[in-house]
Ligand binder design. Structure first.
Ligand code: NAI
Ligand code: MG
Length: 356
């Protein structure tokens, strides 16, 4: 039959982002060469080095260049040479917001052979997904600083959150649709509506309204501080956790640490309407403390590749890749952050060997 070719834009960006994207690409190409599909890669050298040369984090027409691709495979952005808010807004958030990737899906997966800091994980099956609102909320970029008017030492800054009914509704609906496909049909909504009485109360109202449309999916609401404790103490209750941009950002890092390491966590930044490409990236950052040593954990990036396969309409290949990741960790091929000695490359090769 005709070979399906997927055009993928690789944006490794900075630090360990480059190492884990290279590992993920090797795994994806191995998977494709054994199947009846192929990847046509274009790599973009955007990031903090590019910024040093050009004063921009990405090409001026970067979004136009990316628009033609089936997906974006992203590493991590950020380096001490550039202020973090400049690098993040100039590249990662520019793509997420420019392509209306309003759903950020972050599975919390417990892998065989990986020790969780939670003792409960040894005997209770744990598996949940954080669904993060990815287009507004606390990261809407609204606000300003006022130094001139008040003088040195008296500066004032305002950072506002934006919550729209449409923005709340689409992410909450996404969470219910996802929960309906899972074994445990349950959605937990996270806010801080006792303290933040406008945006988060709007979110709560929309959550109640949408929940009523899904009688076969259970739901509950939880304040974010209580939720942080619940992640640690009663994680077996969780299936789909939906939260605002900031809250879900924090909770998903907590989730990945509970699963064993930040280096394990995968994520998908989705434009569910498919008007624009979606972007797949590990949850972790550029890890300047270990960059360039070849020891970064590529499992978050490889898991993100599995999420990309699913999005490209290859669910069987995605499942095959997930199983290969599990076989790799179960065999004790672990990177430093999980107490092992395997290099980034060795883990990618072990995953390739396990593809079967
Ligand atoms: P980070 O995630 O880069 O590192 C936090 C800790 O986790 C470090 O000790 C690091 O060594 C470790 N770690 C992270 N990824 C790992 C991996 N794959 N394997 C093994 N260990 C790993 O977060 P940090 O230090 O707060 O930020 C560093 C830079 O990354 C900053 O410039 C920040 O703005 C940026 N960043 C970018 C993100 C993105 O592109 N999506 C997300 C988070 C941070
Ligand atoms: Mg984060």
């Amino acid at each position: 039959g005709a070979m399906k070719t997927f055009r993928i834009a690789a944006v490794p960006a900075d630090g360990v982002g480059r190492e884990v994207v290279a590992a993920g690409r090797e795994v994806l190409d191995a998977l494709a060469s054994a199947g009846d599909f192929a990847f046509d890669w274009a790599e973009f050298d955007w990031g903090c080095d590019y910024y040093q040369r050009t004063g921009r984090m990405m090409a001026e027409d970067g979004l136009d260049q990316l628009k033609a691709f089936d997906a974006v495979y992203f590493g991590a952005v950020g380096w001490p040479s550039v202020p973090d808010h400049v690098s993040l807004w100039g590249l990662r958030l520019a793509v997420c917001q420019g392509f209306d990737q309003w759903a950020n899906v972050r599975p919390v997966r417990f892998l065989p052979g990986v020790t969780s800091p939670l003792r409960k994980a040894d005997h209770v099956p744990l598996d949940w997904v954080v669904v993060r609102e990815n287009s507004e909320g606390e990261y809407a970029g609204l606000g300003g600083r006022n130094l001139a008017a008040r003088g040195p030492g008296s500066e004032v800054a305002v950072q506002s959150s934006l919550f729209t009914e449409a923005g709340c509704e689409r992410i909450i609906r996404y969470a219910f649709e996802l929960a309906a496909t899972r074994e445990r049909k349950h959605v937990t909504s996270v806010t801080k509506s006792n303290a933040q009485q406008f945006g988060m109360v709007l979110w709560d109202d929309v959550f109640r309204r949408v929940a009523a449309e899904y009688p076969h999916v259970d739901s509950d609401s939880c304040l974010v501080d209580a939720m942080a404790a619940r992640f640690v103490l009663r994680p077996e209750e969780l299936s789909v956790v939906v939260a605002s941009n900031l809250h879900a950002d924090i909770l998903s890092d907590l989730g990945s640490a509970l699963a064993g390491s930040l280096g394990l966590a995968a994520s998908a930044n989705l434009n569910p309407e498919r008007r624009f490409p979606s972007m797949f990236e590990p949850v972790h950052g550029s890890a300047p403390d270990i960059a360039g040593q070849g020891i970064a954990n590529p499992i978050g990036a490889i898991g993100s590749a599995a999420l990309m396969l699913d999005h490209l309409g290859l669910p069987d290949e995605a499942a095959r890749l997930e199983r290969a990741i599990e076989a790799t960790t179960a065999a004790g091929v672990l990177p430093r952050d999980l107490g092992g000695t395997a290099s980034t490359k060795e883990i990618a090769l072990a995953v390739i060997d396990s593809l079967g």
